[in-house]
Write a protein that binds this ligand. Sequence first.
Ligand code: PGA
Length: 261
Amino acid sequence: MEVIIQPSHHQLAVIASEIIRDALLKKLNLVLGLATGSTPIGLYKALVRMHKEDGLDFSRVTTFNLDEYVNIPREHPQSYHTFMAKHFFDHVNISVENQHIPQNTAENHETFCARYEEAIERVGGIDIQVLGIGTDGHIGFNEVGSSLASRTRIVTLTESTLVANAIHFGGDVSTVPEMAITMGIGTIMKVKQCLLLACGTSKSEAIAKAIEGPITVMMPASALQMHPNTVVLIDEAAASNLKEVEYYKRSYANKLKLESQ
Ligand code: PGA
């Protein structure tokens, strides 16, 4: 894992957007794995700016979102379909048929989940997957106990996730959908590069355990220790429980020095 620590959320978003831009300039039909939540909003803003001001072209890009709640209408203000339209899809030129978000229904979900995996395979796999992390260490909606080889499937959300997401549902936990469709950890492990973003002290414990703790189903993000190309982008607050902060900073400074030679 490469750990990049920056003073602010803004700088993380800029670095993540530059990684995606550089990959897109090299491969016009880039396959992006996308995430929802408050953390990647700055990244989407930066990419939208690059599209509008610098002409960054997304016309051949394909996207796959990590997850979606089960049984809320697509047009619900808190559906991930709505989120993606509002923060990204409505502002860039990704064709609608290339946008994939898990379908928010439990009907035929087994067939749907298998097809989602097949659709990813058909385009040659995901090049870059954007990830957030839950305070309980989930990635996508792979909650504690998720098999580290799991694939796209329906899951029940943990109490801590329901509480964390209640803010988006008027603060009432009982109105947060209890189930979701999510790519599995095994699905995420097959992507070529992961960009894991996290900000704030509420994520510091999960980040420390995911990066420096044992690999365990009790901390789903720890599976990324076995991923060959994961970049962890975090602010100082999210880094505050890490033991090796100085080492990560020195490594990144040396990488930049090498690149500028
Ligand atoms: P957040 O959610 O970006 O809103 O903190 C991250 C997650 O739960 O995966």
